[in-house]
Design a protein around this ligand. Structure first.
Ligand SMILES: [Cu+2]
Length: 434
């Protein structure tokens, strides 16, 4: 008797707490019956994925091009819309804060389909590999506040077809502003007054007859048109520009390099791997999407597998980080991020002996000098569009900004009528190659 009472109370609370969650496939929480229905807390990693990877959940195995089904349970069926994104699980993306997503589906008026399987057609070009499906739902009933929900499921995508792209060939982005973890794919709250007949960031979901109804969020990847993707096509009302057009998808800003024990006296030997390595290395790890010049430069650099034997380091117990410079109250080291991408508003102040150099459009670091191949070394007059590196959009229906133009060393290849991208070297598989 008691246990059934407890069961009843638990069940009741689950229902009553409201909001909603993804139930199929099993999320990282590991139990579809467990409550995880609350809106995400802003300024936390929850909007990326509510939880870190859970090794105890067996990932479903899907094949690109197939139709899969997901189910969500909106125990408080608020007005609003949902969407489905994918990320891939290779480092550095495996870490929640480094994950970069692209969208493959919109689910307008999500509550109409609560509790029933929703079919999603997986694009035939999905890269083969371990991926993460992210379900995102925004609820509009507390306008101008917006409740947001995000849940992740680890999945396996199989694709041995000729259509399969590499992960690096799919334009992707962070779903949060990494400086504060606020949502980047959706405005945090609505603008304006939904009753004034002026279009705001989100629709007036309370009067669907007299106000324009539209979805808010980024476009689906690579001009994908299935799964209601037209709802957020580029340029539509409510479309959120993730910067895939001119400045390309942003790769992870490198996590601030551990304070580099920069040996002040450079020894001209492989042991010096520390100084050469640290500044150049960050951009590499950073630039998975983008085999930008940084990559080339770095590959050229000695692989330096030699563990930097602390032979005659100043003192080996505590290579105290060379205290950097004090910049606006922030201590920076050689290798610190000073700008680029979502860090564009940093002051560019750097410790003495270094200056702020742009390695690529998304990352600038406090570094001893600008190296050949970096963005800072590019003569703007060299190309009409010097910042269009790998993954940058260079053409597609409605795209009129220097169509076909890429940074020097990159070529514009057509994927389909909606999307052409800049790539270094040969035409990537899956693109229309002559
Ligand atoms: Cu709610």
């Amino acid at each position: 008797m008691l246990s059934s009472f407890v069961f009843f109370v638990t069940l009741f609370l689950d229902q009553a707490n409201g909001h909603g969650r993804l139930t199929v496939p099993t999320t990282r929480l590991g139990n579809p019956a467990r409550y995880e229905n609350d809106p995400v807390i802003f300024s936390s990693k929850q909007f990326i994925c509510r939880n870190d990877k859970n090794p105890n959940v067996t990932p479903p195995s899907w094949t690109a091009g197939d139709v899969i089904q997901i189910t969500y349970d909106l125990s408080a069926p608020h007005v609003g819309d949902a969407a489905v994104y994918l990320s891939y699980d290779d480092e550095p993306f495996a870490t929640r804060e480094n994950m970069q997503f692209f969208k493959i589906a919109n689910i307008p008026r999500a509550r109409d389909r609560t509790g029933t399987p929703v079919s999603i057609t997986l694009p035939s070009w999905l890269p083969d590999g371990n991926a993460i499906l992210r379900w995102e739902w925004y609820a509009l009933h507390v306008n101008p506040k917006i409740e947001m929900y995000a849940q992740c499921v680890d999945v396996i995508i199989n694709n041995d077809s000729a259509d399969a792209l590499q992960v690096s060939e799919v334009p992707k982005y962070y779903v949060v502003d990494r400086s504060n973890y606020d949502p980047a794919t959706l405005p945090k709250q609505n603008s304006g007054d939904i009753w004034d007949n002026v279009i705001d960031d989100y629709r007036n979901a309370f009067d669907t007859n007299n106000y324009p109804q539209f979805m808010t969020g980024p476009e689906c990847a690579l001009g994908y048109t299935d799964n209601n993707c037209a709802e957020t096509a580029v340029g539509t009302t409510g479309w959120v520009d993730m910067g895939l057009g001119a400045p390309a998808p942003s790769p992870p800003a490198p996590s601030p390099p551990a304070p580099v024990p920069a040996p002040p006296a450079p020894v001209p030997s492989p042991a010096t791997s520390a100084p050469t390595n640290s500044p150049t290395q960050s951009p590499v790890v950073t630039t998975p999407v983008v085999p930008a010049p940084a990559t080339t430069t770095t590959t050229a650099a000695p692989p330096a597998p030699a563990p930097p034997a602390p032979v005659d380091g100043p003192s080996d117990p505590a290579p105290a980080p060379t205290p950097g410079g004090q910049c606006d109250g922030v201590t920076l080291w050689s290798g610190s991020t000073c700008g680029g991408g979502s860090n564009a508003d940093l002051s560019e102040c750097c410790p003495s002996g270094t200056a702020c150099y742009a390695v690529n459009p998304w990352w600038s670091g406090c570094l001893p000098e600008c190296q050949a191949g970096w963005l800072c070394a590019i003569d703007e007059s060299d190309s009409l569009c010097p910042t269009r590196f790998s993954g940058s959009k260079c053409g597609g229906l409605g795209f009129e900004d220097n169509v076909g133009c890429c940074a020097n060393g990159f070529n514009c290849y057509k994927f389909n009528d909606w999307w052409s991208g800049c790539f270094e070297g040969d035409c990537p598989a899956g693109y229309e190659c002559d």
